[in-house]
Ligand binder design. Structure first.
Ligand code: SAH
Length: 250
C-alpha cells in the first residue's frame, strides 16, 4: 500500500434498511475497444512518462497503471489545454470544476480494489476520465454528475472513445438506487460527511472510497460493508477536491 492506513475502526450502520434488491443482470461493460484517436501518437511518450511518475510516487497496481497508459487524457479536456494533458495536475473543465490530478485518480482507483465485472458507481463524472479508467478495468460502470453541461460532454467523449458506462445527471449524494447494490462506490468530490444513502447502496463486502473533510482538505476514507449492519472504516492521507454539493453533501 502506497500510503499508510492511519486509522481503522468498525461501527454499525445507522438505521439500516434491509437491502433486498437483487442484482440486475445487465450487459457487462466491455472495456474499450479503445481505438487510438487521431493525433494520439504524439501523446504516447508523455503518457509513458506520466505512468513512470505515478510509479515513483508509489502507485503499484499494474492494472491501474495500464489503464492510465492507454487512455487519451487530452480528449477529456479543452483542446486549448491539450499540451498540459499529461502533467500530474488537475485542470479546469468548466463550471468551476476540474479533471482530477492523475495521481489522485490512480490513488483512489487503487484503494477501490476494482475487479473485472464489479458493478461500480462513481459520483462526480466530471470530464469522464475517471469513469474511463473504471471501464478499462472491466467494471460495469454507473456514474452520476450534477452539472448537465459536464454530463453531456462526458457522454459524448466516452461514447466517441468506445466506452459504454451508464450515465445520469442528478444529485449523486443520493446514489443511484435503481441499480443498487454496488460492489464499489467511488466519490470524486469532497464530502462533509459520508452520505448514508451511499453506504446503504453498497453490497455486503462492497467498498466505498470517499474524501471527507472541510472544503480546504479532505481525508481519503475507505469504507467496507462487512455485514448488513456493520462497516469498517480506514483513513488515509489528505487530498483536496472540489466540493460534493447536494442533499447529503455541502
Ligand atoms: N471524476 C471526475 C472528477 C471531476 S471533479 C473526472 O475524472 O474528471 C468532481 C465532480 O463532481 C464535478 O464535476 C462536480 O460537478 C461533481 N459533483 C459535485 N457534487 C455532485 C453531486 N452531488 N452529484 C454528482 N456530481 C457531483
Amino acid at each position: 500500500m502506497f500510503f499508510r492506513n492511519l486509522l481503522q475502526r468498525r461501527y454499525a450502520i445507522p438505521s439500516t434498511r434491509k437491502n433486498n434488491s437483487t442484482i440486475e443482470q445487465l450487459n457487462q461493460n466491455e472495456p474499450g475497444p479503445l481505438i487510438s484517436p487521431p493525433n494520439d501518437k504524439k501523446f504516447v511518450r508523455r503518457r509513458e512518462l506520466l505512468v513512470q511518475q505515478l510509479r515513483e510516487r508509489g502507485i503499484r497496481d499494474e492494472q491501474v497503471l495500464k489503464a492510465i497508459s492507454s487512455i487519451p487524457r487530452q480528449k477529456f479536456i479543452d483542446t486549448a489545454l491539450e499540451s498540459r494533458a499529461y502533467e500530474d495536475s488537475p485542470l479546469p473543465i468548466g463550471f468551476g470544476q476540474t479533471i482530477s490530478q492523475p495521481y489522485t485518480v490512480a490513488a483512489q482507483t487503487e484503494l477501490l480494489k476494482v475487479r473485472r465485472g464489479n458493478k461500480v458507481l462513481e459520483i462526480g463524472t466530471g470530464s469522464g476520465y475517471q469513469c474511463a479508467v473504471l471501464c478499462e478495468l472491466g467494471a460495469d460502470v454507473y456514474s452520476v454528475e450534477r452539472h448537465d453541461g459536464l454530463y453531456q460532454e462526458a457522454r459524448r467523449c466516452l461514447t466517441e472513445l468506445g466506452y459504454r458506462p451508464k450515465l445520469k445527471c442528478g444529485d449523486g449524494t443520493k446514489g443511484w438506487s435503481a441499480y443498487a447494490p454496488y460492489d464499489r462506490i467511488l466519490v470524486t468530490a469532497g464530502a462533509p460527511v459520508v452520505p448514508e444513502e451511499l453506504v446503504r447502496q453498497l453490497a455486503v463486502g462492497g467498498v466505498l472510497v470517499i474524501p471527507v473533510g472541510d472544503q480546504a482538505s479532505q481525508v481519503m476514507k475507505r469504507i467496507t460493508r462487512v455485514s448488513e449492519d456493520e462497516v469498517e472504516e480506514e483513513s488515509f492521507r489528505e487530498f483536496k477536491f472540489v466540493p460534493l454539493i447536494g442533499e447529503q453533501g455541502w
